[in-house]
Design a protein around this ligand. Structure first.
Ligand SMILES: [Zn+2]
Length: 428
């Protein structure tokens, strides 16, 4: 099942083929589809306060790695929240270290009655595999495992492949944070994050800042508003001011070709007692979701928003306290980094054309691996970008094998080719 047009030729070659791309290793696509189904049938929902979320999936993956003879570590990041990390040595001498990364937790299915299929049935119908996690990202996990397996079965190769099945991507990314701090991470030269991106090679990902504004006013009778300081009026002024802050950020940080522009979005507003409609409350809370593009100065933008909110609230006599709840940078890996070049070459080899480039609209484990361990990350995996977290989630069955083949081809390029490129490199 080798479809590479340049690597397979019945004609005596002139020597060019010897320096051409290696063949795509034979991939067991049926096994990758079956593994996707087995994983989707495990309800690994990452809900608030949930324990042992990924335990069943980690056990399944660990058993498979044992069957493959892959040395691996199962590390509990939190009770019942294991990372499973295999290191597959190529046996072909020293070389680079490529990592494939995925997560096995999923978001809730929501109201199952809104689904037209069993969210955990993993049924195949109309060429699609249906269920929560089918796209985000149990198919990606299965494809990367069988892609790595194919490379190993094709014979010795230089360097090694790290297969990281991590926990808690849909939560606080505890798994990625723990892996980034591990000795294994220090040796990784490039990471392919197998999240669903609809055939795009995502070399950039938007960053995020979550801000909580506490609004402090003065309680008063609704009939005598002049006696109070109303946090709701302040909130209205702040929300209007946020549009101006967003415009400022768009002018200052520009439009990224794939990641777009900075957005500043109010998402939460709490003030007052629902049963006390005649009382001006003393306090309020306004939540803001900021998304950033590569090149954004998070500290500067946060300070700009703080000043804009304070000025707007001051008009209502209300003071503001700002808390940064979360701060994840926007990241960008150079298009000529070896891991990106290898992935593009692998895609081209399997599909016969170059893939489009794109940006991850949110953050992935890749963001953490870049931020905390300085790893070069690129995101590319089976499934549509927009189907994640929706009802009737699915992945095209044929994509699972296709992605496994691209992963295998990319691994061969990264580990055996690209001799002119330095190992590692910068992801800035
Ligand atoms: Zn995901």
């Amino acid at each position: 099942m080798h479809s590479s047009p340049s690597a397979v030729s019945p004609e005596p070659d002139t020597g060019a083929a010897r320096t051409g791309p290696p063949e795509v290793p034979e991939v067991d696509a049926a096994a990758a589809v079956a593994l996707t189904q087995d994983l989707v049938r495990l309800r690994t929902v990452n809900a608030t306060g949930a324990t042992a979320v990924e335990q069943s999936a980690a056990e399944l993956v660990s058993r498979l790695f044992t069957a493959f003879g892959w040395p691996h570590e199962v590390t509990e990041v939190a009770p019942g929240r294991p990372n499973v990390v295999a290191v597959v040595e190529g046996g072909g001498g020293p070389g680079r270290t490529l990592m494939f990364e995925g997560h096995t937790d999923v978001v809730t299915e929501g109201d199952p009655d809104t689904w037209s299929v069993d969210p955990y049935g993993a049924h195949i119908r109309d060429g699609r595999l249906w269920g929560r996690g089918a796209a985000d990202m149990k198919s990606g996990v299965a494809a990367m495992i069988y892609g790595a397996r194919a490379v190993q079965q094709a014979g010795p190769f230089p360097g090694r492949i790290v297969v990281g099945v991590l926990c808690d991507e849909e939560g606080l990314m505890l798994g990625a944070k723990a892996f980034a701090a591990s000795p294994t991470a220090a040796g990784v030269d490039g990471v392919i994050v197998c999240e669903p991106e609809g055939h795009e090679v995502c070399t950039s990902a938007r960053g995020g800042i979550r801000l909580r504004l506490s609004l402090h006013g003065v309680m008063a009778h609704g009939a005598m508003p002049q006696e109070g300081r109303n946090p709701l009026v302040a909130a209205a002024r702040i929300i209007a001011a946020l549009a101006g802050a967003e415009e400022w950020a768009v002018r200052r940080y520009g439009t990224h070709p794939h990641a777009g522009t900075v957005t500043v979005t109010p998402t939460v507003l709490h003030a007052g007692d629902p049963d006390q409609l005649n009382v001006i409350p003393a306090h309020g809370l306004l939540g803001i979701d900021v998304r950033t593009v590569p090149g954004t100065d998070h500290a500067e933008l946060t300070e700009h928003i703080r000043q804009a909110a304070e000025a707007a609230a001051a008009g209502a006599g209300v003071t503001v306290g700002l808390t940064v709840v979360d701060d994840r940078p926007a990241i960008e890996t150079a298009a000529d980094h070896p891991v990106v070049r290898a992935l593009v070459a692998g895609h081209r080899q399997v599909h016969g054309s170059a893939p489009p480039f794109g940006a991850v609209p949110g953050t992935t484990d890749g963001t953490i691996l870049t931020r905390d361990a300085g790893l070069a990350t690129v995101v590319y995996g089976p499934g549509g970008k927009w189907i994640a977290h929706q009802k009737d989630e699915y992945v095209e069955v044929r994509e699972i094998g296709e992605y496994a083949r691209v992963y295998a081809a990319a691994a061969r390029h990264f580990l055996t080719g690209g001799g002119t490129h330095p190992v590692g490199g910068d992801a800035a």
